[in-house]
Design a protein around this ligand. Structure first.
Ligand SMILES: [Zn+2]
Ligand SMILES: [Zn+2]
Length: 254
């Protein structure tokens, strides 16, 4: 009898919950700060984020024409770093600054793999692609690889997922296994580009089964963040050695 009444109770509870849900729908929550999104039904242009978090996405006004770094207008067209230390990759572009909302979104996505965040970051990447690369429909998308063991531990490679997102949205060619990370020597302890490049330069390789694909290819490397650019240059060095015609970089943040 007790069992019977408790079943009835849970059934009644379900009816109550469902009808209350219809009368008082739960407010949509911001994927980042979990605050209710008052703007959710007003066709707000940044789905998933509340107005405050969306305002925290900062764009670059003036950028270095090679590395895409935010610079003062008076510094145009190149930053000091690019003048003093030539880069291997041709140019890098990003949606916005690695700061505030973009930094939090990227870190949360990298460590939790939240699908809602992937959609937001993927859309920003598509917008940056349209802005800087729109006429280059022949580009081959290649995500920056992660070491196999590390990827297995983590369950996914965020750069590959973002590259697949752009490829799907813009119907582009993608080879997400073309580059492999053969050694996991990624020391973030130094922020110096030269030192990081010395550590990373032997870590990447073109998978032999893609040797023909890479010859003459116009590669667009995809990653979440461009910091010093040592990773991009380490990948670019390999791609050029294997015959790539050009290597450019697209990231969500810089
Ligand atoms: Zn928020
Ligand atoms: Zn630069």
């Amino acid at each position: 009898m007790v069992h019977h009444s408790s079943t009835t109770g849970s059934w009644w509870q379900t009816v109550k919950d469902v009808s209350l849900g219809i009368i008082f729908p739960e407010p949509a929550l911001c994927v980042l700060c979990r605050a209710p999104r008052q703007d959710a039904d007003r066709g707000f242009s940044r789905p998933g984020l509340c107005q405050r978090c969306a305002n925290g996405i900062l764009r670059h006004d003036v950028i270095c024409s090679i590395c895409g770094r935010h610079i003062e207008a008076s510094q145009e067209p190149l930053c000091q770093d690019c003048i003093q230390n030539p880069r291997i990759m041709y140019r890098a572009r990003s949606y916005g600054r690695y700061h505030s909302t973009l930094e939090t979104l990227i870190k949360s996505y990298k460590y939790q793999g939240d699908v809602a965040m992937k959609g937001i970051l993927g859309d920003l990447l598509v917008q940056a692609y349209d802005r800087y690369f729109e006429n280059d429909r022949h580009l081959l998308l290649v995500p920056v690889p992660m070491h196999e063991a590390k990827e297995r531990r983590k369950g996914f490679n965020h750069a590959r997922e973002l590259a697949q997102y752009v490829a799907k949205k813009r119907k582009m060619q993608i080879e997400d296994k073309l580059l492999v990370k053969v050694e996991d020597r990624d020391s973030q302890t130094t922020q110096n580009r030269k030192a990081r490049f010395a550590v990373l330069s032997g870590c990447y390789a073109v998978d032999p089964q893609f040797q023909d694909t890479v010859v003459g290819a116009y590669v667009l490397l995809i990653d979440d963040v461009f910091t010093t650019g040592a990773t991009a240059d380490a990948c670019a060095m390999n791609l050029f050695q294997e015959g790539a015609a050009s290597v450019e970089v697209l990231t969500v943040a810089r």
